[in-house]
Ligand binder design. Sequence first.
Ligand code: NAD
Ligand code: G3P
Length: 335
Amino acid sequence: MSFLNGTKIAVIGGGSWATALIKILCEQNNVQIRWWLRNQKDIEHIRKYHHNPSYLSDVVLQPKKIKVFEKTTDAVKGADYVILAVPAAFIEEALQDLSVKHLQGKRIVSAIKGMIPGQNILITDWASERFGIELKDTCVIAGPCHAEEVALEKQSYLSIASTECPAAEDFAKLMTCRYVAANPLDDLYGVEYAAIMKNIIALACGITHGLGYGDNFQAVLVSNAMQEIGNLVTALDKRERNLSSSAYLGDLLVTAYSQFSRNRLFGNMIGRGYSVKVAQLEMKMIAEGYYATKSIYEINKLYHVNLPITHAVYRILYEEQAPGMVMDDLKKVLK
Ligand SMILES: NC(=O)c1ccc[n+]([C@@H]2O[C@H](COP(=O)([O-])OP(=O)(O)OC[C@H]3O[C@@H](n4cnc5c(N)ncnc54)[C@H](O)[C@@H]3O)[C@@H](O)[C@H]2O)c1
Ligand SMILES: O=P(O)(O)OC[C@H](O)CO
C-alpha cells in the first residue's frame, strides 16, 4: 500500500512537535495536511496569519497544503495517516470524539514519546486496541530530533519504527526532505520504550546539573543510563537490536545534552529547588519524563530490572525526597 500520491495526513496536536512535523510534511509535493488543535485562538491565528502563535512561531505554515479543524472527527476524514502529537497524558482526552469507524483503514503514527499514565501502556498498543487497528498499521516517529532545530532547518535524522519495515518505509518517505533524513526500522516496541526511558534520564541530567554536578559526572550518568535503558528494553521486548544506533543512543544524547530539551530543563528546575508544581507552571511545554517515571517504576515492579537512575528520579518527583540526598545515593552506585 503506497499513499504517496496526494497523501492526506491528519495531525493531532498544537505544540512544538506537531508544528515541526507539519513544516517537514509541507516540504512534500502533493500532500494535504488536516490539522487539529485544541486552542481556538491559535486556530484563528493560523488561518489568518499562517503561523502558530504559541509554538515555533517563526515557522511559515503553507496555507495551500494545510487545513485547520476544530473537531478531530473532521480532521481525520479521508486521511491516510493520522499523526498523534499531543503529550501522552492528554491523548485520551484529545481523541475522545473518535471511534473505531472514524479511523478504519487509516495508519496511526505516534509522534509521542510517552505512555498512557495510569494504564502504563505504549501509545501504539493503546491506539491499536482503542480503535481496532492492527499493530502493523501503526508506527512511531523517533530519533534524536528537536522541533526547534527542524524550525531552523538544521540537518536532522528521524527513525520511523514499525513492526514491519515496509510500513515504516512508506511513512519515512513523507518525513524526508532537504534537512531531514528519515530511516525506517522494524523495532516498534524497542524504539518506543527507549524513547520513553530517555526522557527520565534527561530529567536526571537536568536535576544533577541544577545541583551543580559537572560534565564529568554527566558523562558517567549517561553511560550508565544507556545500560539501564538497554536492560529494561531487553526485559520488556527481547530481540536483537543495535542500541548504539541513533534511534536509541542518539535520542538519549540529544535529550541529555541539548539546550532545547524540555525534560532536561524541567529536571534542572527541580535540581535548583523548584517544586514539581512550580516547575510545571513555569514551563509552557510538557516534560513527558515526569509521567514516564511513574509508569516505568510501576511496570518494573513486575520485571525487577535494576534501574537506579529511574528510581532516583522517582524518589525525587513522587516521594518528595531531597534531590541532593537522592543523588548522593545514586553517585555511589554509578561506575
Ligand atoms: N518538541 C520536540 O522536539 C519533540 C520531539 C520528539 C517528540 N516529541 C514528543 O511530541 C509530543 C508532544 O510534545 P510537544 O513537544 O509538541 O509539546 P509541547 O511541550 O511543545 O506543547 C505542549 C502541548 O501540550 C498540549 N497541552 C498542554 N496542556 C494540555 C492539556 N491540559 N490538555 C491537552 N493538551 C494539552 C498543548 O496544547 C501543546 O500541544 C510529546 O510526546 C513529546 O515527547 C517532541
Ligand atoms: O529533549 P526533550 O525532552 O525536549 O524531548 C524531545 C525529543 O524527544 C528529542 O528527540
